[in-house]
Write a protein that binds this ligand. Structure first.
Ligand code: HSE
Length: 294
């Protein structure tokens, strides 16, 4: 069976480890039960082993439900989600593995269980929720239980991904953050995060500009992104409403309401952000889906 899973951007400014949005940018992975053995094909050799996240999520799900795993074939058919760029490539593999185990072995798992399983492997639900269900999601953890809800995004809003030519590991990007924050910064973020879903839903320009501000992670991470200042300048010149890190970076996400935004940014980026890929991102509303079986 073949599963298609979307890329996603976590955080969206102030919603650290909680907010996420899925994009129409996909990986497609085939899963097949074999009589025995393990085969992983179609990805770089460094991922063809037992640490492969799609396999880990697949095995985790079967183990949790006491299903004896036969042999498994995992074939990466399309891998359009850039790796280590803050676009949820790990979450996409995990969502695929959980969904495939459920479908291939007929477990009949509901959305809440799928989310918990994926969160157990990923550690936090912000990317796996949109990867599984699509749309813009806000998620929380109560102990080990993940809860998520979807919010609408105004159709006039435009999203552009500025994807740098360099990788940034989530571990490194998390390591530069402080262990504790001030009450002032906590209130700064919680008030903006609370109103961000409303701003995205209504496309309220002024509210959105303020609600994309963050003091919990971006101020510490910006030094890891060579080109951040140029990107901020471009975003302003192109008339975008705001710019934030996509997940832990290195990709930046521009949000605006001008229809030619992505083309404008792409044109400007040629000069001052050489090697960066600029592409429009359209929200995905379906999440992980089975697109074929054999
Ligand atoms: N919320 C996570 C972070 C996303 O910003 O570190 C990456 O997994």
């Amino acid at each position: 069976m073949k599963i298609r899973i979307p890329a996603s951007s976590a955080n969206l400014g102030p919603g650290f480890d909680s907010f996420g949005i899925a994009w129409q940018l996909y990986n497609e992975i085939e899963f097949e039960a074999l009589p025995q053995g393990l085969r992983i094909e179609g990805c770089e050799e460094r991922f063809q082993n037992e640490n492969n996240l799609a396999l880990r999520a697949f095995s985790h799900t079967l183990k949790k439900f006491g299903v004896k795993q036969k042999g498994t074939l995992i074939r990466f058919v399309n891998s359009d989600i850039p790796v280590s760029r803050g676009l949820g490539s790990s979450a996409a593999l995990i969502a695929a593995g959980v969904k495939a185990a459920d479908a291939l072995y007929g477990l009949g798992l509901g959305p809440g269980v799928l989310l918990n399983l994926a969160t157990e492997v990923e550690g936090h639900p912000d990317n796996v929720a949109p990867a599984l269900f699509g749309g813009m999601t806000v998620s929380l953890l109560e102990g080990k239980r993940a809860l998520t809800r979807r919010f609408n995004v105004h159709e006039k809003l435009r999203f552009t991904l500025l994807i740098p030519p360099f990788e940034l590991s989530t571990a490194l990007s998390r390591s530069v953050m402080p262990k504790e924050v001030s009450m002032h910064d906590a209130v700064f973020n919680l008030s903006r995060a609370a109103l961000l879903p409303h701003a995205l839903e209504t496309g309220d320009h002024e509210l959105l500009r303020v609600c994309l501000q963050d003091r919990l992670h971006q101020p510490y991470r910006r030094s890891l992104i060579d080109g951040m200042e140029q990107a901020e300048r471009l975003s302003e010149e192109a008339g975008c409403i705001g710019l934030c890190l996509s997940g832990a970076g290195s990709t930046l996400l521009c949000i605006g309401n001008v229809s030619e935004q992505s083309a404008l940014l792409a044109e400007k980026a040629k000069k001052c952000l050489p090697g960066w890929i600029v592409r429009e991102a359209v929200p995905d509303l379906t999440g992980a889906v089975i697109v074929g079986s054999f």
